[in-house]
Write a protein that binds this ligand. Structure first.
Ligand code: SAH
Ligand code: SF4
Length: 372
């Protein structure tokens, strides 16, 4: 017997095709979609609007599978961290970061186990790519977070803790675009999870040829890991810059579909002591993005064992921020969250990777408090 297909992660079209293949009418796909993504139901026998024989038919062929929640940790500041285990034993951590004083927040999800890029300041960059996550595993992270908050059926927009998604976890999402796109379209669908594209931010290290598609097909907010203002420095700390240098990256930002003053591109900037944190760098940055609908997110570097960088002193970060803000840009300093449960940027890791490679460690970007 073939292994049952997981219904989670199938696009609407793919779900409709599955129903057609087993001789069911198109409205079944609609019905199922609602159970899967609005109600969060995992058991066919509880899908009460579906007749019993049909439930049995579905159960023979399909499963509704979420990544297994191997561990949950709760920080005193409200951050939650889940260790999710996938079907093949690989693991990734997903973090929920609450908004400063509101009953909502963002779930920070991963797109790959590991990363093929080797940014020097990023712990994920020291590990081998294990593999791309599937669409089911990507949207499954959002669903597992909802499970933890009991947010099924989908609450009205007002009362959701899981109100935003940031694709800022492990991996380069634009190197796994098809799966990320399928997962995000599922998450955006109004008959299901219903998190609007305006509440979704995707962070890229600058995969220039995929940026237009990301904007045109998904229309999500874009965050770009800039981290340097000259090709010289960026080449050194982010090898992807050798392939897609700053001028091309900034041009792709200027052409990003849907960017406007109301929907600005976030430039993430890790503050590395003595490398990219001078006042001259801040002014250079302003010149570089001139005319772009931009905002900034200054991230104090989170050191990890063996990293070659130091965190810029807070006064330096503050000065950098002031220079940008004096020109009218939003430039908050992203403070680490969930420190007590090691959920801040650069602090995450997963057992599967430690076993596979001693240097493997993952971290998820943990700051979203200024994103919405
Ligand atoms: N691969 C994508 C998304 C994941 S990284 C990207 O690079 O944009 C999310 C953010 O965390 C990026 O801006 C990344 O540069 C930053 N980051 C990585 N390592 C960090 C560290 N040690 N301290 C602080 N931020 C870090
Ligand atoms: Fe990959 Fe992003 Fe880390 Fe660079 S910063 S190694 S692109 S996860």
């Amino acid at each position: 017997m073939s292994t049952p297909t997981n219904l989670i992660g199938l696009s609407r079209e793919a779900l409709a095709a599955e129903m057609a293949a087993i001789g069911e009418k198109p409205f079944r796909a609609k019905q199922l979609w609602h159970w899967l993504y609005n109600r969060g139901e995992t058991d066919f026998t509880r899908m009460t609007s579906i007749a019993k024989p049909m439930q049995a038919k579905l159960a023979e062929r399909y499963v509704v599978h979420r990544p297994e929640m191997a561990r949950e940790q709760r920080s005193e500041d409200g951050t939650r961290k889940w260790l999710l285990k996938f079907g093949d034993g690989n693991e990734a951590e997903t973090v929920y970061i609450p908004d400063a004083d509101e009953d909502r927040g963002a779930v920070c999800i991963s797109s790959q186990v590991g990363c093929t890029l080797t940014c020097k300041f990023c712990h994920t960059g020291t590990q081998l790519l294990v593999r791309n996550l599937t669409a089911a595993e990507i949207v499954g992270q959002v669903m597992a977070a909802r499970d933890s908050y009991g947010e099924w059926p989908t609450p009205d927009d007002g009362g959701r803790m899981i109100s935003n998604i940031v694709v800022m976890g492990m991996g380069e999402p634009l190197y796994n675009f098809e799966n990320v796109a399928t997962a995000l379209k599922i998450a955006m669908d109004g008959d299901g999870i219903g998190i609007s594209k305006r509440r979704i931010t995707l962070s890229t290290s600058g995969v220039v040829p995929m940026m237009r598609r990301c904007g045109a097909e998904l229309g999500v907010n874009l965050a770009v890991s800039l981290h340097a203002v000259t090709d010289d420095i960026r080449d050194r700390i982010m090898p992807i810059n050798k392939k897609y240098p700053l001028a091309e990256l900034i041009l792709a930002c200027r052409e990003y579909p849907g960017a406007s003053n109301a929907r600005r591109i976030t430039f993430e900037y890790v503050m590395l002591k003595g490398i990219n944190d001078s006042e001259a760098d801040a002014r250079h940055l302003l010149r570089l993005i001139k005319g772009l609908p931009a905002k900034f997110n200054l991230i104090p570097f989170n050191p990890w064992p063996g990293s070659e960088f130091e965190t810029s002193p807070m006064a330096t970060v503050k000065r950098f921020s002031d220079i940008l803000q004096d020109e009218g840009y939003s430039a908050p300093i992203r403070m680490p969250r969930g420190r007590d449960i090691l959920a801040a940027c650069g602090q995450l890791r997963s057992e599967s990777q430690r076993v596979k490679c001693s240097r493997l460690k993952e971290r998820l970007a943990a700051g979203i408090e200024n994103e919405h």
